[in-house]
Design a protein around this ligand. Structure first.
Ligand SMILES: O=C(O)CCc1cccc(O)c1O
Ligand SMILES: [Fe+2]
Length: 331
């Protein structure tokens, strides 16, 4: 049994707001490299840790974590709609195992996933149903948040379960790093917005379109330095990437939700998916090596944008040649 990991920022703005061409080229190269990494690895199963942005999970009932036993894309921001290929029996066994290991997790037989889960599947795997995928929702936008230690333990429980899987498993994490896009928040919501956050009515196409335009307008203003959202936090991002690469994930237990949001933005919580995915890899394999890393703060995407790959093999000296050739920012 071997495992591999790809973690990537997502941004619907990839389709709606271009950075300078050389930056776009760089991002495309990082994606191409991750795609090649996956193609070479030939996964039999994909386990995806991803957030949701009030398209599938709402305050009417907001679990910290949820495994989809069946799932489909909602199609926000032009992302793919329709069913994922979820191996339901295996997903249920995973849920049972995670519960048995002491991590309370919800299940959904009708999980709806948005660009947070869908975009990496599209970019890295060519679609939402090209491989069997177990989608794991990790709440990253709706306070209150699980403590970081619980995120680590979620990853550990999933990784421990995967030890017994006979085949190649690709772990995915989606989102982050530092960023503060205009996702509605309960504390600032009034009237209709509050109803939307509660999930009383599923968002209409018109409501989605208004929200989409607001994100695009904000990104354009942000790039000009005029948006009222928090700056990206490259130093925080750097620190996180270094901890993830070190494998010493317990260091993150001390990170509080409050500090994370204050330093790196309200959506920085999406890095929870990265932490869970890395610790799943560590639990299943004992140790891992980050084999490539791309990072750049990209205001046009409203994201401290990173793409990393890792494998379940002991550390060798530094990064591999492919990583260096791809121009990562790591020394
Ligand atoms: O759904 C939304 O309104 C937020 C969209 C969004 C924008 C930038 C980075 C993200 O990670 C992201 O999710
Ligand atoms: Fe997001």
């Amino acid at each position: 049994m071997t495992l591999a990991l790809v973690c990537t920022s997502h941004s619907p703005l990839l389709e709606f707001n271009d950075p300078p061409p050389e930056v776009r080229t760089e991002v495309d190269r990082a994606f191409a490299q991750a795609r090649q990494f996956i193609e070479d690895y030939e996964p039999d199963l994909v386990v995806s840790f991803a957030p949701d942005h009030y398209n599938g999970f709402f305050y009417k009932l907001m679990p910290p974590f949820c495994i989809g036993l069946e799932a489909s894309g909602v199609g926000d921001f032009g992302s793919s709609a329709g069913p994922l290929d979820v191996p339901s029996a295996l997903a249920e066994q995973m849920a049972q195992s995670v519960l048995d290991q002491g991590v309370d997790i919800a299940v959904s037989l009708e999980m709806e996933v948005d660009h947070g889960a869908v975009q990496p599947l599209e970019i890295l795997l060519g679609g939402i149903a090209t491989k069997p995928v177990i989608p794991i929702f990790v709440n990253s936008v709706a306070a209150p948040f699980a403590p970081m230690k619980r995120i680590r333990l979620l990853g550990e429980a999933v990784g421990t379960f995967l030890k017994n899987f006979d085949g190649n498993v690709l772990l995915l994490g989606s989102g982050g790093l530092s960023h503060d896009p205009p996702v509605p928040r309960l504390e600032a919501a009034t009237g209709e917005q509050r109803k939307m956050l509660l999930g009383c009515n599923h968002p209409t196409a018109a409501a989605r379109s208004v929200r989409q335009q607001r994100v695009i307008d904000t990104a354009k203003a942000f790039t000009r330095g005029e948006a009222g959202i928090m700056d990206l936090a490259p130093e925080w991002d750097r620190q996180l990437l270094d901890i993830l690469a070190s494998g010493e994930l317990e260091q993150l237990d001390a990170w509080t939700a409050k500090e994370m949001a204050a330093t790196a933005g309200n959506s920085a919580h999406e890095v929870r998916t990265w932490v869970a995915a890395h610790n799943a890899l560590k639990a299943a394999a004992g140790q891992y090596t980050v084999t490539s890393e791309y990072y750049r703060p990209i205001p046009e995407y409203i994201a401290g944008f990173a793409v990393t790959t890792a494998v379940s093999v002991p550390k060798t000296a530094g990064l591999t040649e492919t990583a260096v050739a791809a121009g990562t920012v790591r020394a």
